[in-house]
Design a protein around this ligand. Structure first.
Ligand SMILES: [Zn+2]
Length: 347
C-alpha cells in the first residue's frame, strides 16, 4: 500500500501544487503505468531507449511513436488534464462524490455535458476488469431501483430496474465489500449468472426464502436460506447487510444525483457507489484519488480474457444533453497581480 504523501496528494492545495500543468499530470499517468520507466509496446525496449516529446513517446530503438494517453480514459479528450485531475479529486475526496452540476460549478466548466461526460468516463474506470470475487459468507438479495409503485410490491413490480446485491459478512459482525449488478429478472438462471460472476465458488450464500436461490446456488455454492415468513423478523433484520447497501445507495442517488438517473446509466452509478463503499475505511481520501487515477490510466494489468468477460461500458450521453461543446479552460494559470486593486470601489 502506498505511503501517504508520496504517491498521492493529501489536500486540494497539494493537488494544485503537484499538478500545476498538463505536463505534470501526464507525468503522473506515465509513472502509474510504468513505475520503472516506459516500455515500447512494439519492441519492448525499456526507459533508456525512449524519449518524450509532448504527449508522444518515441522509441529510441524502433522509432515507434506511442501516445502517452493511449489506453487511458483521457485519450482524445478536449478537456485539459489539470481539469480532469481536479475532477478526480472532487469525486474521490467528497464523501458522496460529485454531481455533474456540482462539478460544473466548482470547476467553472462552460457546459453541463462536459461535466457529465467526465464523471461518466471516470465511472467506467471504477470497475477494474477481472477484479477479485467476494468470498466467505456472502449475503445476496435483489431490490428494485426507480420509483415506488404502491400496491405492486416485491418481485412482480413493473417499470423498475432489478438490481442484485452481494455483500461479504464479517465475523462476528460488520460488512466487507459489496457488488451491485442489474439483472433481467429474479429467476434462477439470472441469479446464478450474477453469483458466478460475483462470488467465489464454494462460498456460503446467505439469502431469504425466495424459491429460485436453491437452483441458483446448486453445485457451486453453499446455500444458507433465511425464510422471512414464520421467522418473526422483518426482511431488513434478516438480511441487514444487503438492505443497508440498498438503502445507502438509493439515498445517495436521490440526494447527490436528485434521482435523475435513467435505467441506461444506473449500472455506472452503482459501480461508483460500490467503488466508494468498498473503500469507506481508507485512512486517506487521497488513496481513492490514487486508485481512480490508476484505473483511469489503465495501469492495472488486464488480460484479454478478462476484458472480453467484463467489457468496459462506453459512456453514451443521453440525447437531451447533446449539443455544441467547447474546450474548458485549463486550471494552469499564471498568477495574477492582485486584480482586486484595479477595482474602483466596493459595490
Ligand atoms: Zn520500440
Amino acid at each position: 500500500m502506498p505511503s501517504r504523501g508520496l504517491h498521492y496528494p493529501g489536500s486540494y492545495a497539494e493537488l494544485r501544487a503537484w499538478f500545476p500543468d498538463d505536463e505534470a499530470c501526464i507525468d503522473y499517468l506515465d509513472w502509474l503505468r510504468w513505475p520503472t520507466g516506459p516500455v515500447c509496446p512494439r519492441c519492448g525496449r525499456s526507459a533508456s531507449a525512449v524519449t518524450t516529446a509532448g504527449r508522444v513517446w518515441r522509441c529510441g530503438g524502433c522509432k515507434k511513436r506511442v501516445s502517452r494517453t493511449a489506453g487511458t480514459i483521457f485519450h482524445d479528450t478536449r478537456v485539459p488534464l489539470t481539469v480532469w485531475f481536479a475532477a478526480a479529486w472532487f469525486v474521490t475526496s467528497q464523501k458522496d462524490g460529485a454531481s455533474a452540476l456540482g462539478l460544473q460549478r466548482v470547476l467553472g466548466l462552460g457546459s453541463y455535458q462536459t461535466a457529465w461526460t467526465m464523471l461518466h468516463r471516470y465511472r467506467t474506470a471504477m470497475v477494474r476488469p477481472g477484479r477479485e470475487l467476494l468470498g466467505g459468507r456472502v449475503e445476496v438479495d435483489e431490490t428494485f431501483f426507480g420509483g415506488e409503485e404502491p400496491g405492486v410490491p416485491g418481485r412482480g413490480a413493473l417499470g423498475k430496474t432489478l438490481v442484485a446485491i452481494a455483500v461479504e459478512l464479517h465475523e462476528p459482525r460488520g460488512y466487507g465489500r459489496a457488488r451491485m449488478s442489474i439483472i433481467p429478472n429474479a429467476e434462477a438462471q439470472s441469479l446464478r449468472s450474477f453469483l458466478l460472476s460475483t462470488v467465489e465458488p464454494t462460498s456460503t450464500v446467505v439469502t431469504d426464502g425466495w424459491g429460485a436461490y436453491p437452483r441458483a446456488c446448486a453445485d457451486s455454492f453453499v446455500h444458507e436460506p433465511h425464510p422471512i415468513s414464520g421467522s418473526g423478523h422483518k426482511a431488513h433484520e434478516l438480511l441487514s447487510a444487503v438492505h443497508r447497501v440498498a438503502s445507502l445507495s438509493k439515498r445517495w442517488l436521490l440526494s447527490t444525483h436528485q434521482g435523475g438517473v435513467g435505467a441506461d446509466h444506473l449500472q455506472a452509478y452503482l459501480n461508483e457507489f460500490c467503488f466508494r463503499f468498498n473503500r469507506r475505511r481508507s485512512r486517506a481520501r487521497g488513496l481513492l484519488f490514487y486508485r481512480l487515477l490508476q484505473y483511469a490510466a489503465g495501469a492495472v494489468p488486464v488480460t484479454y480474457r478478462q476484458l472480453v468477460a467484463h467489457p468496459r461500458p462506453k459512456a453514451v450521453m443521453p440525447p437531451g444533453l447533446k449539443g455544441p461543446r467547447s474546450r474548458p479552460a485549463s486550471l494552469a494559470q499564471p498568477p495574477e497581480d492582485r486584480p482586486w486593486r484595479a477595482a474602483r470601489s466596493l459595490e
